[in-house]
Design a protein. Sequence first.
Lengths: 85, 85, 150, 150
Amino acid sequence: MKIKIFYFARLKETLKFSTEDLELPDEALSILKLKALLAQRSDTWHEMLMGKLKVRGAINHELVDDFAEIHDGDEVAFFPPVTGG
Amino acid sequence: MKIKIFYFARLKETLKFSTEDLELPDEALSILKLKALLAQRSDTWHEMLMGKLKVRGAINHELVDDFAEIHDGDEVAFFPPVTGG
Amino acid sequence: MTIRVQIQDFDAGFEISKLRLARPDVGAVVSFVGQVRDLNEGNMVAALTLEHYPGMTEKSLEAIVTQAKSRWNIMDATIIHRVGTLNPLDQIVLVAVSSAHRGEAFNACEFIMDYLKTEAPFWKKETTDEGEQWLDAKETDETARNRWKK
Amino acid sequence: MTIRVQIQDFDAGFEISKLRLARPDVGAVVSFVGQVRDLNEGNMVAALTLEHYPGMTEKSLEAIVTQAKSRWNIMDATIIHRVGTLNPLDQIVLVAVSSAHRGEAFNACEFIMDYLKTEAPFWKKETTDEGEQWLDAKETDETARNRWKK
């Protein structure tokens, strides 16, 4: 399946990635599995996605938890806890 | 003692009095006694001051209850429950 | 603190900006604007006349703000209340409160409105098709005020 | 409902008037204006840069207003949130809510702010003498939001 991933704020800055298109062999996978997959890229990726930042995930503009399933064509986003207002 | 009395809103309109200066033989009296005194003027006065309107009293710009004492030179006011804002 | 009882209209945006820009440590301004509604208890309102007790009104509004300041960590507050004859869609009252953090300003602003409604000497007379009549105090306003006494 | 995420400043007074004058049965407009403070946790703030997630931001703000409308009898709401680089005394956000009676507008406005702070995808980066740093989410904001879940 093909998905699009966005990174925001500290993640975007540290990973030096704001968006990427990813093609995966799986038909569907959880947010947690995608994080684990991306965390293999380097220590920095691991720290950002699995570390103490408490990164949050969204699928198609909807906040989701680690167990939410990602499907073909989805827009996924990872970001730190929000600080607006 | 000499006091000044103000009437507001429905009281002012019904009693046709907005303010009056009153000279009383007493040295001090309670709001309740002053009301009773004024209520003797006519049925209308009685109804306005002792009736179901729940008239409120103020002495020198301070909301007070029926037992507050009025002294020489005080500015007293009677009015219905407030409805601002 | 700014307390004004006046016949003329006011500019809510200007008053909010004034509170906001007065201090660079202001983080929040919460405000309430009340306006004359066209319908009250089923009657079309043509006009609303507000009477007050000059001297006592200002004093009671000041006392309410002072009480709010003693309960919450707020920076400043502005109250403007109009008197005289108003029409539907006219502004009646502005209460604006500045603070470092929002929670304090929300509480203080609502507290001031609830006390203003039940303790400040203003009276409203309504003009409708049926004629003129003085409005009665609402029990819901009393209830709202009493929440703060807990 | 009006939801805007924009770089340019806004006129809070104008937005409040718009909500107020939109309907003659509006009795109250409660609003919150947030501004950039000059000091944050002891550091002099030179600038604050706000990033957001276009698309999701608007959607989450709309969802928050819809939730507020389902909980309270409010008429309309406006949210304007700025993004980009701001300086002390700049306005960051406006939330304004109109209703017939004040209690509903106060609750809905505070509810919207508390949810905006904890659920809308905005992030702040602060520039101080010490350099730049992303701000952490505050636990007090989480606590404020959770009050509404009771």
